[in-house]
Design a protein around this ligand. Structure first.
Ligand code: FAD
Ligand code: MLT
Ligand code: ZN
Length: 475
């Protein structure tokens, strides 16, 4: 039998076993599912399945298991490591979660919400707000990423400093295992020590252990006051000293502490309409920080006082506080425009690294010097969640350059930056995951014991290796 007819026969068998599940096969309908957000990976698929309930997904996955069809879950397709893109074989089934997008229930007294995996993050935030509550996960992609994708990548974002990563926001989970069995642990419990934490195992697994269908998430009371500042600092060491002062002054009210280099601000202003820099100074680095409280309190005064003291200690060069919500939006729009500005500016190499916060100044100094010496034609755009020790240490080529020229340098650059990360006790993937982009890097920087344990878990839950093969772990 030819490759083509084998795929056709598989598809027929699949249709036969799960008649109710929508299966897209027309080239124009399938095309958007075959390429990742950064257009780094292009795949082929047997079809795209769009189940609309856990029961449908369970039947579909049981059929795939029986027919040995590999499955690639896909949420909003906004991730950065190619985790949701099928391989080139044309024999993998993409399973899109967009139709499973209901808010199942909200329990304000328990401060929890239960949502299906295909809910857009922005819709989870909105549903919480409608119940006078707050869901703190915040990413620039909130309007297009899904909560199932956030859980599967254990996304971080802008409020991790106070509320933690997505894993820390989950109370319970429902998932379909590779053979179609439903794992039902949608508990809204803050205390539950009944055996292994299967929820935590599925979170951050990037679709390699099963498909998350719903989750019960923590909520907080609505925020009633906030204060936001854009601050110019001399260097990264001054930024980290400022972080310490803000934590001391504001305690847990410090929601966000983002570091923006001048290069990132310039790129955003150049490429994204209606974006402007709040400060006119020539400083090399800026910090965007925000305090927030569940009670009405004068946070502007608190922030202003802390910034004044930092200024007297020569830690900051200039600062402006947002005087209203629209000015606050100007600050955040600038921050959130950076990834898209980088995408429009031209090709680049991204690194999503973390080191202990205390090591950030030394890491940035050493890694910047390496880039200057070895990639003189590249522009370093290192920005991000400095309060978490997490920077997007990206290099952009702003002038004309052949893609092949970047491709040939990329492995060397990646390894050099990651070696420095490792030397500072850091991580090569702080919040974006491994996908297919960093499989080799994960293998290189993990110990044999860690890799053995991960492979054993994979084998136990996915003995046929059908869940998102080649992602996270090598085949
Ligand atoms: P997808 O890209 O569709 O999938 C991601 C991975 O999860 C894949 O491996 C996929 O197979 C798997 N998957 C998806 N859904 C499921 C499911 N239901 N069950 C099992 N596996 C599943 N990320 C951050 O962490 N912090 C940021 O600040 C941030 N900012 C961003 C800003 C912009 C402008 C953009 C474009 C992206 C940003 N991201 C950020 C990256 C991205 O939005 C996150 O990784 C997000 O969590 C991915 O969600 P998604 O629904 O798009 O998942
Ligand atoms: C961000 O923090 O903006 C993203 O995680 C990084 C990126 O999009 O490059
Ligand atoms: Zn980020």
């Amino acid at each position: 039998m030819s490759e083509r007819s084998t795929a056709g026969a598989l598809l027929e068998a699949l249709r036969h076993r799960c008649a109710g599940v929508a299966l897209l096969t027309a080239a124009d309908e399938v095309a958007p599912y075959l390429v990742d957000h950064r257009r780094l990976y292009h795949g082929q698929a047997l079809a795209v399945a769009l189940p609309d309930s856990t029961a449908q997904l369970s039947v579909l996955m049981a059929a795939c298991y029986a027919l040995d069809i590999a499955m690639v879950p896909q949420g909003g397709n906004t991730s950065y490591c190619g985790g949701a893109t099928p391989d080139a074989s044309g024999r993998q089934l993409v399973i899109g979660l967009a139709r499973m997008n209901r808010v199942r229930s909200i329990d304000p007294a328990n401060f929890s919400i239960t949502v299906e995996a295909g809910c857009l993050l922005a819709n989870v935030q909105r549903a919480a707000a409608e119940a006078d509550c707050y869901f703190p996960l915040e990413l620039g992609s909130a309007g297009s990423c899904q909560i199932g994708g956030n859980l599967s990548t254990n996304a971080g974002g802008l409020n991790v400093l106070r509320f933690g990563m997505t894993r820390a926001l989950a109370l319970g989970i429902e998932a379909v295992l590779p053979d179609g069995r439903v794992l039902q642990r949608l508990r809204g419990l803050r205390k539950d020590n009944t055996g292994y934490d299967l929820k935590s195992l599925l979170i951050g697994a990037e679709g390699t252990l099963g498909i998350i269908t719903a989750a019960t998430l923590k909520l907080w009371p609505r925020l009633r006051s906030s204060a936001t500042a854009f601050v110019a600092v001399r260097d990264v060491a001054a930024a980290i000293a400022l972080l310490g002062r803000l934590r001391a002054a504001a305690g847990e009210r410090l929601n966000s502490f983002e570091l923006l280099p001048r290069a990132a601000i310039e790129l955003a202003c150049r490429h994204i309409p209606d974006t402007r820099a709040p400060l006119g100074t020539e400083s090399a680095w800026c910090v965007l920080c925000e305090l927030a409280s569940f009670v009405d309190e004068p946070l502007d005064e608190l922030l202003q006082g802390a910034l004044l003291q930092a200024s007297e200690a020569s830690l900051i060069q200039d600062a402006v506080l947002a005087s209203n919500e629209s000015q606050r939006r100007v600050f955040w729009n600038l921050r959130e425009a950076i990834p898209e500005a980088q995408r429009r500016a031209g090709p680049g190499v991204k690194h999503d690294i973390s080191v202990p916060v205390s090591a950030l100044p030394a890491f940035v100094a050493e890694a910047s010097a390496w880039v200057q010496a070895h990639v003189p034609e590249g522009t370093l755009v290192a920005y991000g969640h400095a309060g978490d020790g997490n920077l997007h240490f990206n290099i952009n080529w702003l002038g004309p350059i052949a893609p092949a020229a970047i491709a040939s340098q990329e492995p060397l650059i990646r390894r050099a930056i990651h070696d420095l990360v490792a030397a500072h006790g850091g991580s090569i993937s702080a919040e974006h995951g491994i996908g297919q982009l960093k499989v080799t890097e994960l293998q290189h920087y993990s110990s044999p014991v860690e890799l053995d344990a991960m492979r054993a878990i994979k084998r136990a839950l996915d003995p046929k290796g059908l869940m998102n093969p080649g992602k996270l772990l090598a085949r």
